[in-house]
Design a protein around this ligand. Sequence first.
Ligand code: NCD
Length: 323
Amino acid sequence: MPNHLLGIAELTKEELMAFVENGYHFIEVSERSIKKVPTLRGKTIINFFAEASTRTRASFEIAGKRLSADTINLGGSGTSQSKGETLYDTLQTLQAMNPDIVVLRHSGSGAPHFLARSLPRTSIVNAGDGAHEHPTQALLDCVTLYDHFKREGRSLEGLKIAIVGDILHSRVARSNIYAHGLLGNTVHLVGPPPFVPKEFETAYKGKANVKVFHSIEEGLRGVDVVLVLRMQLERHDESFISSLEEYTRWYFVSRKLLSRIAPGAVVLHPGPINRGVEVETALIDGPQSLVTKQVTHGVAVRMAVLHYLCKTQAKLSNEVGEK
Ligand code: NCD
């Protein structure tokens, strides 16, 4: 097992399932009246978020605290990066304070991978790197589906998942494609051609069973899960779509549409949601939506990730000590 969590692409199916099952078991800790276990007492976790975040940042902080670790939060504009310091120097400075884990969100694709290579004494968790990967989001989505389908006597395998929207710029989509690839599920990528090029079918060959659809009717027909994405407007450096109104006209996910072509499907959204743009408010607030559960399970799965990495470190240092 790795000493970092950089992406789902680096995991085996067994490792993915271990995170999902451990995450599932951690849900219960947050339901107690005293939501704290002593597991990571004496450990230090730095959450370094150089990009905007609400859910991911709050849930990593809560996860660390519920495991009794000492957590500190740093952000882009409040750090020496705004004075011209490089990410490498900032993180090397932080490493000198001996944290056990650094959780990093950064706009640069590959930033956590670079740090994992250059700062070998610290475990790095990727909390979203550019348009590349967002592994803990895919893990929490899997925990949510695991929990949901378990109640129906089904497992995480044999599912048909549709991901709708700006796939090209979405790290959430990429991590979910890898996760469902490991699970052997069929993934429908649905959206306009600039966001969902036909080449995606071959790009993931050998990694995931991916089918591209430019028609929402065809892409969503008969699926078990619809994962709706936000337009990643902050990552569009050219005009990808003529207008958001036009996108909404062709790719809006509504209750009426689902009741016709995928009546049993459950709906996921990583947030933040642009209500009325990519998805109907009544659907997100209705019984098919697992959005609130996703947020709750985000804390649990991040507890599982932090716990696993600290345990691996302890094992590694014992092995080094024995030699
Ligand atoms: C996502 C992200 O930042 O990649 N949000 C999240 O972490 N829950 C998705 C998004 O910003 O659209």
